[in-house]
Write a protein that binds this ligand. Structure first.
Ligand SMILES: Nc1ncnc2c1ncn2[C@@H]1O[C@H](COP(=O)(O)OP(=O)(O)OP(=O)(O)O)[C@@H](O)[C@H]1O
Length: 267
């Protein structure tokens, strides 16, 4: 069935007791996950390596179907919707995003024909607009040196362009699966705080290993060994000294102490 187009973007997704094993694997990558993603809510997803964060996104975007439980869009199992129609609801930047040897503008629009002004706006929001403006042919500059006029860009710049592409798509759900891995902590914080503004009216999910970037998000979801074990704001989660969030936060705290004197004391 088609996904009903809603001008109010009132799309709600619910995971109901979802468990999942990858094909050929004996262990669960996700165990009994239940949560609701309501319109306009922003989520940060944190947890150790292999805790199920990316798998959660893969099920959400129907790269796989769960063996147990169900995922519902406005109360109807997502498997009942037309696949392409369903995917239109999402702008996703995966860890292994790809840019192509096309022009900067085409990379953002994922199309040959595009609205230059809007593309530039998205590049600005992602924090890479000025870099593109300074290129000899602006938006028409080919990325990568395959072309004689091509420009090599850094990993961090590529990630910002991938974020601009997700913004250009203008879908009601935006997912950033650690798209900031090549950014230094300051740049990641900048992207993340901008992202909160950019995604203001959208449902947004942001996966990051750097807890410092997520601390201002109201809904932090903590995954551990395939389970959602905690959720809440930073201030709520940090209260529980036996909790996983507290452990993760303290394990990383040495990397982002703001007071250099403290760093010296600990360094
Ligand atoms: N394609 C796959 N086939 C089999 N097992 C997989 C596959 N992808 C992930 N897994 C396993 O599923 C579990 C959850 O992995 P997932 O990638 O969701 O974790 P993650 O929290 O996103 O990790 P990271 O922080 O390292 O990106 C892990 O045990 C992982 O080894």
């Amino acid at each position: 069935m088609p996904v009903e187009k809603r001008n109010d973007n009132e799309y709600e997704i619910e995971f109901r007791n979802v468990s999942f094993k990858y094909p050929g694997s004996d262990t669960y990558a996700l165990i009994n996950l239940s949560l609701k993603l309501k319109i306009g809510e922003h989520f940060a997803v944190v947890g150790r390596n292999g805790s199920g964060k990316t798998t959660f996104i893969k099920l959400l975007t129907r790269l796989y179907d769960p063996q147990e439980g169900e995922i519902l869009l406005n109360g109807i199992n997502i498997q009942k919707y037309d696949y392409v129609d369903y995917l239109r609801l999402f702008s996703v930047v995966f860890q292994d995003f790809k840019l192509f040897a096309f022009s900067a503008g085409q990379n953002v629009a994922a199309d040959v024909h595009y609205d230059k002004e809007r593309v530039m706006e998205c590049l600005d929001k992602a924090g890479v607009g000025n870099r593109i403006r300074k290129m000899s042919k602006g938006l028409d500059t080919p990325l990568y040196k395959i072309d004689a006029d091509g420009v090599e860009i850094s990993g961090g710049e590529a990630q910002k362009i991938a974020i601009a592409r997700a913004l250009y798509k203008d879908a009601p759900f935006v997912v950033l699966d650690e798209p900031t891995a090549a950014l230094d902590p300051v740049a990641e914080f900048e992207v993340y705080s901008k992202f909160q503004d950019i995604a203001s009216d959208k449902t947004a999910i942001y996966i990051s290993h750097r807890l410092s970037s997520c601390r201002f998000c109201d809904n932090i979801l903590v995954f551990n060994q395939g389970e959602l074990i905690q959720s809440g704001s930073h201030d709520e989660l940090i209260q529980d000294e036996d909790g996983q969030y507290y452990k993760l936060w303290n394990a990383q705290a040495q990397y982002y102490r703001e007071d250099p004197r403290k760093s010296r004391l600990h360094g």
